[in-house]
Design a protein around this ligand. Structure first.
Ligand code: 2ND
Ligand code: ZN
Length: 387
């Protein structure tokens, strides 16, 4: 829809947001199941703990339960999704549907994370878990292609920060490098579990020239971000919203960055921002007040992500719809976020560049030119030409 304040139609409508090529760096496999799939998997595996067995009601339950204002309570809901993801078949199915759903939402590149150590209850080995998820992603990519969509999905292996298996999971990530796994992550409750507990894992990955991101600056502030970067050497920050605590905005509009915020911006450290999830866990009060607005203005390397599509009742398109409403973002802003994300991906440089130049930029150029043709259509046949 071409709107009056923006005759070029650069402000995207929901359909354009949906069709725009999007890049997703922060999405949890166990946070994005279809409610109907959870119900079926629970029935097939004899999992009896589900709070609801009707898919619509179950989807609603996740959203409500996660809307708690605390990261710890938000994370409790994962016991049900992880509970039904314990067999090879379940993991293949969930991963395939994940890739399919992301492709249907216009995502062209995604890095999807999960914690292999949480899927061993029925006897799978860590390797079997990784291979099942990889098989599912490949199947989902194939189905998307058959349906006329293109997506590429890489896996990130997560270690849980309260557990003590980080080095083992880092080694696993390294073993499956170039075999579908593109990096490593640490997740789980942040307060009380600093990333430095897992220094051995990060030092190992650095020695192996491998990539990792760390959930930091979500439920806990600057010390967590500082440790993730300066002690652990994270390539990217999961969330990182609290970096805002190191930025002063004065009444006259001028801005002063502290040393850590300057470092993050100067070094182009990617921030994997997840607005809807942050509203649920209390890390931000509203979309309009979400730090992404200021960070984008200040040219931090900000990216837009879903975190948990099920718990946060979201998708990449929904996240962008909220941001377009809150900040008046245009297709140029969407392209900026998408290019930022693609630049920050863990796949090789030449592949990132080709994605940007051959997929993302042409996709936005096409969308940005739509207004031209609409105008022709709406004025054709006019007889009121001035003489
Ligand atoms: O936003 C999050 N912060 C910290 N940990 C999280 C978040 N979302 C999901 N997780 C946890 C719960 C999952 O079981 C785990 C692996 O995906 O990661
Ligand atoms: Zn997360």
């Amino acid at each position: 829809m071409t709107n009056q304040t923006d005759p070029t139609g650069n402000t995207p409508d929901p359909d354009q947001i949906h069709r725009a090529p999007k890049v997703l760096l922060h999405d949890h496999l166990d946070g994005g199941l279809r409610p109907g799939t959870i119900v079926e998997l629970a029935r097939d595996s004899g999992y009896t703990q589900l709070p609801e067995t009707d898919p619509d009601r179950l989807g609603h339950w996740f959203r409500e339960a996660a809307d708690s204002g605390s990261l710890e309570r938000y994370l409790e809901t994962f016991s049900h999704t992880v509970g039904v993801m314990q067999t090879r078949e379940a993991l293949v199915r969930v991963a395939a549907e994940c890739a399919e759903d992301l492709a249907a939402d216009g995502v062209v590149y995604a890095e999807v994370r999960y914690a292999p150590e949480q899927h061993l209850e029925a006897g799978l080995s860590l390797e079997e878990v990784v291979e099942a998820v990889n098989e599912g992603f490949r199947e989902g990519e194939r189905r998307a292609r058959t349906g006329g969509r293109r997506i590429r999905v890489g896996a990130l292996l997560t270690a849980m920060r309260h557990a003590a298996r980080a080095l083992e999971i880092a080694e696993l990530a390294n073993r499956y490098r170039d075999l579908g796994v593109v990096g490593f992550d640490i997740a789980g409750a942040e307060a009380g579990y600093p990333p430095t507990r897992h220094l051995d894992a990060f030092e190992y990955l650095k020695r192996e020239n491998n990539h990792f991101t760390i959930h930091a600056g979500e439920a806990f502030g600057l010390p967590s971000i500082w440790q993730a970067l300066q002690w652990c050497g994270a390539d990217r920050l999961g969330h990182g919203v609290r970096i805002i605590d190191d930025i002063q905005v004065h009444e006259d509009g001028s801005v002063k960055l502290g040393r850590l915020a300057s470092y993050v911006r100067d070094k182009r450290i990617p921030l994997e921002m997840c607005p809807s999830s942050n509203l649920q866990t209390g890390a931000a009060r509203s979309y309009a007040e979400h730090p992404i607005g200021l960070l984008r203005r200040l040219h931090f390397r900000a990216t837009v992500n879903t975190d948990n599509r099920l718990m946060s009742y979201t998708s990449m398109s929904r996240e962008f719809e909220h941001l377009v409403d809150a900040f008046g973002y245009t297709l140029d802003d969407m392209q900026w976020f998408s290019v930022n994300a693609m630049k920050s991906a863990f796949i090789p440089f030449d592949e990132r560049l080709a994605m940007i130049n051959d997929v993302i930029k042409p996709g936005y150029a096409e969308l940005k030119s739509e207004w031209l043709f609409r105008q022709t259509a709406s004025t054709s046949g006019s007889v009121d030409e001035p003489s």
